[in-house]
Write a protein that binds this ligand. Structure first.
Ligand SMILES: C[S@@+](CC[C@H](N)C(=O)[O-])C[C@H]1O[C@@H](n2cnc3c(N)ncnc32)[C@H](O)[C@@H]1O
Length: 259
């Protein structure tokens, strides 16, 4: 592993990184699904060249792809604690807000990471343009249709929204459709049950996923949020995820025109 760039922060320490890997069941499931889709649609025409798992953390997607027969990906992430857990994978500490670390990649894969970047739409545009002819993009990213119950509760309880702002699926698709040929595009919807909003927030905190999530709520605001969060028939609270899943490729170096 090369040393990280001095300016790169590491919000998730070793304990949070281990907790993230333990608790990221949804992310692992999505990585497996993306890898299976790649196997069915694109595996037989992957060009040679650099292959990266962007914001790959401990390498869930790189591993899932390897299990589907994909040649190894390099895991790119700014968080060194997570990269240390990417056992057996090639890793590169790198801040993706600086752009990509290689030119003309053959495969850019990224799951649950784009929305953490400072400018997701701009970064996605750069990724598309960087791909070599025939290069492939595999993307899973939570989108603005997520967390509907949380948003509803925040509005009813009159407390500020403290979640991440997520990109809209429509705008992401717009960026992609301008430049790449879409091979698969779907919105995956998942609803998780948590005993309470606090249990969900604690899970986020344990896993180091609160960075960038805006201001924190005081105890009175949390109680109001808890009261206003819609209950499921089972009595627990729902946390909804809407995840855009995309497989796309760049044709002859000129993207959409060559369809
Ligand atoms: C929710 S985790 C997802 C990790 C992995 N892709 C997975 O599915 O388990 C988000 C990842 O994006 C990384 N990340 C966020 N901002 C980044 C940036 N500017 N440059 C590189 N990595 C970044 C974090 O360090 C973290 O590993």
């Amino acid at each position: 592993m090369t040393m990280p760039h001095p300016g790169i922060g590491c919000a998730m320490g070793p304990a949070e990184a281990r907790a993230y890997v333990r608790e990221a069941r949804l992310q692992r499931g999505v990585a497996r699904r993306l890898a299976a889709l790649w196997r069915g649609a694109l595996a037989n025409r992957l060009p040679s060249g650099p292959r990266l798992d962007l914001g790959g953390g401990a390498g869930a997607l790189a591993l899932a792809l390897a299990r589907k027969g994909c040649p190894p990906l390099e895991v790119v992430d700014r968080n060194v604690s997570l990269l240390r857990l990417a056992t057996g994978l090639q890793v590169r500490p790198w801040d993706l807000d600086r752009g990509l670390p290689v030119a003309e990649p053959a495969l850019l894969a990224s799951s649950f990471a784009l929305h953490w970047l400072a400018q997701p739409l701009e970064s996605l545009g750069q990724w598309c343009r960087a791909l070599r002819p025939g290069g492939q993009l595999l993307l899973a990213v939570p989108t603005s249709g997520s967390f509907t119950s949380w948003r509803q509760a925040a509005q009813r309880a009159n407390v500020p929204w403290t979640g991440l702002s997520l990109p809209s699926a429509q705008r992401l698709q717009g960026v992609l459709a301008d430049q790449l040929r879409l091979r698969h595009c779907c919105l995956l919807r998942r609803s998780q049950g948590w005993p309470s909003p606090l249990a969900f927030f604690r899970h986020l905190k344990r896993s180091g996923l609160t960075g960038g999530a805006g201001g924190r709520l005081g105890p009175a605001e949390l109680r109001r949020l808890d009261r206003c969060w819609p209950r499921r028939p089972q009595g627990n609270v729902a946390v909804e995820w809407e995840v855009l899943m995309i497989l796309a490729e760049r044709l002859n170096g000129c993207g959409a025109e060559s369809r």
